[in-house]
Design a protein around this ligand. Structure first.
Ligand code: NAD
Length: 256
């Protein structure tokens, strides 16, 4: 029987990249995200890979909506084996001008939603005696950059939560791990490139080279496939002892 994966924020960027790889492996997928063409994306991937798909645009700012998203997944597929907590947002500003509402939304979506979704899947994963929770943190979960107070706080928090859930899940074959990418070229980063080009009065190419990839030893964006392959590995039956840790795919950024 095919396994079920719920991937938050899977109608864009990294989440969609992860969804494509899980689809190739025959997982049934609950797609999720705020993109207006989300249902079409889900249907297309489902048709291409002959897998069962669902789609939800649950707003991760609301804990009740997150619970409903998990329950809808279990009702639709009758199981939930893998949860990928991937959805996230970014906002960059010096702390003294950082709008409180932006701070609160980043903490809510990038960190609190990981708690609510993981809590909601727990009973089902315990019952199955199988669960894989994969949190998409960031190199900013282990390193700081200026002007990212909310994002760095949330991503560090996710790594702490990952360790706790690994300890609590151990006796039930529920593992929890984090993936920490460096820069990946997705809509989230494309927005930052445009903003930084304006802020630094540079071309977009200059921003990529001199600002974004400055801290990575490997001067390339992290490919989606690398992250998706890591997620697939963590989801495997045989990965039961890989838990409570972070996998850093940052082109050597944190080696320095
Ligand atoms: P993206 O903007 O392409 O996708 C984000 C997804 O989250 C979208 O589907 C969006 O609809 C969803 N989302 C945002 N707010 C939501 C809300 N309130 N309710 C429901 N869904 C919501 O971004 P991405 O670059 O693919 O980022 C995915 C994850 O990877 C994020 O957690 C991000 O922090 C992390 N990350 C990204 C990079 C990078 O360089 N792109 C690097 C490290 C970590």
């Amino acid at each position: 029987m095919s396994k079920t994966v719920l991937i938050t924020g899977s109608t864009s960027g990294i989440g969609l990249g992860i969804a494509h790889q899980f689809a190739k492996e025959g997982y049934n997928i609950m797609f999720h995200g705020l993109e207006t063409n989300g249902q079409d994306i889900a249907n297309e991937v489902g048709k291409k890979h002959h897998i069962k798909v669902g789609f939800s645009n649950a707003n991760l700012l609301q804990s009740e909506a997150i619970e409903n998203l998990v329950n809808e997944t279990i009702d639709t597929f009758g199981s939930l084996h893998v949860l990928v907590n991937n959805a996230g947002i970014q906002f960059v500003s010096p702390i003294e001008d950082f709008p409180n509402s932006k701070y609160e939304n980043i903490i809510a979506i990038n960190m609190n939603a990981v708690f609510y979704a993981s809590k909601a899947v727990w009973k089902q994963m315990k019952k199955q005696k199988f669960g894989r929770i994969i949190n998409v943190s960031s190199v900013h979960g282990i390193r700081a950059s200026e002007f990212k107070s909310a994002y760095v706080t949330a991503k560090h928090g996710v790594i702490g939560m990952t360790k706790v859930l690994a300890l609590e899940g151990a006796e039930f074959n529920i593992t929890c791990n984090a993936i920490c990418p460096g820069y990946v070229k997705t809509p989230l980063v494309e927005g930052q490139i445009k903003d930084q080009a304006k802020a630094h009065n540079m071309t977009e190419d200059e921003v990529v080279e001199k600002v974004m990839l400055k801290k990575q030893a490997v001067k390339q964006f992290v490919p989606l496939e690398a992250i998706a392959n890591m997620a697939l590995l963590l989801a495997k039956d045989s990965s039961t002892t890989i838990t409570g840790t972070s996998f850093v795919l940052d082109g050597g950024w944190s080696a320095q």
